[in-house]
Design a protein around this ligand. Structure first.
Ligand code: ACO
Length: 341
């Protein structure tokens, strides 16, 4: 995982918009979030996380056959972030694909990578969830700017005959809610111009209450559906990793699912909502904290723009990675020099 060094606390936000630490904590559970510096982007965060993932998996970049990056905040309209990564990593045999399914992006990528591996097309996939949400939020809109943060998380997926692994992926969408959470400008409908800029169309817009209502139901229904299709009773899961958007959404899901709170991994207080990076960062921290061991059954569930939902039931069969030696960070050249201007 990779996080910008810069921490923006709720107190910092009090001097930017009309808000309070108390309001943000009580409505969302967020205390602080990480914000990318000028020489960081989705690509630099993704690159650092990817290097850690490859090092941890002891996989050489030449053996990566596909790089999938899930992001709604790519560096450019095109080329894809995955193309930039493929070059920077010297992953000469890797195909490169970006997917944009917002907060469900990492789990969508997991389902696609799993399908490609299980069908025999690929043996090794590098999957990244990376976002710089700070670049698409309106820092004068208190209803949204307090919610999001920047981060990246990466995983290596490999073919295995040992059983377990990804037991079931469930992906779903209700596009009738598409305009509850959107970024309008800069695409083919509202091409960027002085008018769209003046209108703030390059910023994320959200109907918070609508998304909240959807989120609680989606988290609960998707968790139950994924467990059922995986053939694993809910109480046999050792760990639940929900999309980290709002502690109230997570707590509602805990109550409705009637699962012990201690089985839910939560880090939304420190990072806010990092969209496609939320689940892989939480997974990484859960591993570091010793909450996953060989044989652990893990349920990951996300919801987000689309509107969309995703669930993954997995049984961790690989040795638990020791990330103690990784995380040296990017060189100055990689942070600044590689960024095409
Ligand atoms: N500080 C102080 N007051 C605020 C703030 C703030 N930061 N933001 C909004 N308010 C005010 C509003 O203006 C409103 O005031 P009013 O009653 O005078 O009009 C009041 O607080 C209540 O606003 P609501 O929007 O009703 O507050 P709510 O309790 O619904 O909480 C929140 C808002 C936290 C956004 C909640 O709706 C939520 O979490 N929604 C889900 C968001 C989410 O999970 N998004 C995921 C996106 S995933 C992806 O794909 C990117």
């Amino acid at each position: 995982m990779s996080l910008p060094d810069q921490v923006r606390t709720n107190q910092d936000l009090e001097s930017i918009v009309d808000t309070t630490d108390e309001w943000i904590r009580s409505r969302t559970g967020i205390r602080e979030r990480r914000i990318a510096s000028e020489d960081e982007s989705t690509y630099t965060l993704a690159l650092e996380a990817s290097k850690q993932a490859l090092e941890t998996a002891k996989l050489s970049p030449e053996d990566v056959e596909m790089i999938i990056v899930a992001t709604l905040t790519p560096d450019f309209g095109f080329p894809a972030v995955s193309n930039l990564l493929q070059d920077a990593l010297d992953a000469s045999d890797a195909a490169a694909v970006d997917i944009n399914s917002a907060c469900t992006g990492f789990l969508s990528g997991l389902a696609l990578a799993d399908g490609l591996i299980v069908s025999g097309h690929l043996d090794n996939v590098l999957l990244v969830g990376a976002e710089t949400m700070s670049r698409v939020v309106d820092w004068s809109d208190r209803a949204t700017c307090v919610l999001f943060g920047d981060a990246a998380g990466a995983a290596v997926l490999q073919k295995s005959d040992s059983g377990g692994g990804i037991l079931k992926s469930v992906l779903g969408s209700d596009g009738s809610g598409a305009m509850s959470l959107y970024l309008r400008g800069g695409g083919s409908r509202y091409q960027a111009n002085a008018h769209t800029i003046a209108n703030g169309d390059h910023f994320l817009k959200m109907d918070g209450r609508e998304v909240y209502r959807f989120a609680v139901k989606a988290m609960v229904d998707c968790t139950i559906d994924t467990a059922r299709r995986a053939g694993v009773p809910l109480d046999e899961f050792d760990l639940f990793i929900p999309h980290q958007a709002n502690i109230r959404i997570i707590n509602s899901a805990i109550r409705e699912l009637d699962v012990p709170e201690s089985k839910f991994f939560v880090n939304v207080d420190r990072y806010g909502n990092t969209s496609a990076a939320s689940i892989p960062v939480a997974l990484c921290e859960a591993i570091d904290e010793g909450r996953i061991e060989p044989g652990s059954k893990v349920m990951m569930v996300a919801f987000g723009a689309g509107l969309a939902w995703a669930g993954t039931a997995l049984e961790w069969t690989a040795p638990v990675p020791d990330r103690g030696v990784v995380g040296a960070g990017l060189s100055a050249r990689e942070r600044l020099g590689v960024l095409p201007s």
